[in-house]
Design a protein around this ligand. Sequence first.
Ligand code: GLU
Length: 453
Amino acid sequence: MLRFAPSPTGDMHTGNLRVAVFNYILAKQRNAQLLLRIEDTDTARNIEGKDKDIMFLLNLFGITWDNLVYQSNNFKHHRQLAEYLIQKGNAFYCYCTKEFLDQKRELAKANHQAFRYDDAWAELEKDKNPHPVVRLKAPKEQVGFHDEIKGNITFTPNEIDSFIILKEDGIPTYNFACAVDDMLYDIDFIVRGEDHVSNTPKQMLIHKYLNYEKSIKFAHLPIILNGEGKKMSKRDNASSVQWLLDSGFLPQAIVNYLILLGNKTPCEVFTLRDAFAWFDITKVAKAPARFDLDKLKFLNREHFKAMREQDLSVLLGYKDSAIGALAKLYLQEASTLNEIREKVDYIFAKKTLLLEQLDKNTESQNSTEALEILEFQDAIKTLQNTLLSLLKEQDFSKADFNTFKSEAMQKSGLKGKNFFKALRFLLTGHTHGPELSDLFPILRLYLNDVIRN
Ligand code: GLU
């Protein structure tokens, strides 16, 4: 069984989603189950409702799971096993107060030494402290494992001191709850972020002391860097899955990008399902991968192209599939759903309202530019009146663009640049964009809605 083990302590990070995607693909490839484990051991940092947000997002990205477990439901097992380890002599109560440990830390710092817990301190403050923690005994030998991405990794005994497995309130620490639950749910392949590499020997040690001998595969995913090559942090917008969605990136494009990122894949544009056939975690690069928003935009456009026109219409809030087709014509210049929606909404916006916006612009322009805008506005008004009366007389729903254009030009008396700019504005709400002759075969079906006041 594989597992995705998010903590309900904040919004889902892009890196977490990548971990979820990889686990999901591997589960499908291996015909194995996927466990969703909500790691709610950090009771002070848990945020109510984040578990549901995570599940909602996973579903949105097409990720489903076979089992769901909240780690807090297993606290009794964690405590029992900690008790067992104490009895076996692999774990012990530590009565050190925070003040005592802080003092030792200061001392190590002053001596330019790394702080290391000394087992001899365990009972020094036994009388003072009624709430001891439980620590697991530090290993005496080196601990190592093979990582599917990073190769062999070993830790010497002095890199791991006796670490806490039960906190003073009896709640297990992340490492202990994680190792025990991986055992209880028979996890045989752990895929997670590289920030957990140093936790792996601790979790292996817990398994060893519990006489659990199953061999578990590990893959730790390299971190994601931002555009500047620094570790992507909360301050980087793209680190937030919700931000990507709010910006109008499609879930299928985001998933595509996260699989492609720092990976060798047979092609660039694919679906989550496609990846089942060829995904190979050992091909993921060891080096950190840099998040490239332009690449994601490219993939977003590709997934829009592949989308059924009817589905795109619905996403944009329209009924007719023709609107989806119209939207696709904008993919040269628009990459996100928001950008495309703006284009389509402008086509159907009241042009008089858009003109008012142009009015506001005149105030900030120099006099020649302001004059040009005024001239442009006049042309628009003239052409709008012409077109509205033309539409009363004639049906253009099957006309070709040249016929429509010639009639409009003739009746309005406008010419050249002035005419074309005004026509484009009335048909699209913008002064630049795709060829009108490409847009017209669709726009002609909606001329009354488009050229409205
Ligand atoms: N709760 C941990 C995290 O969100 C998961 C670590 C693990 O997968 O073992 O980073």
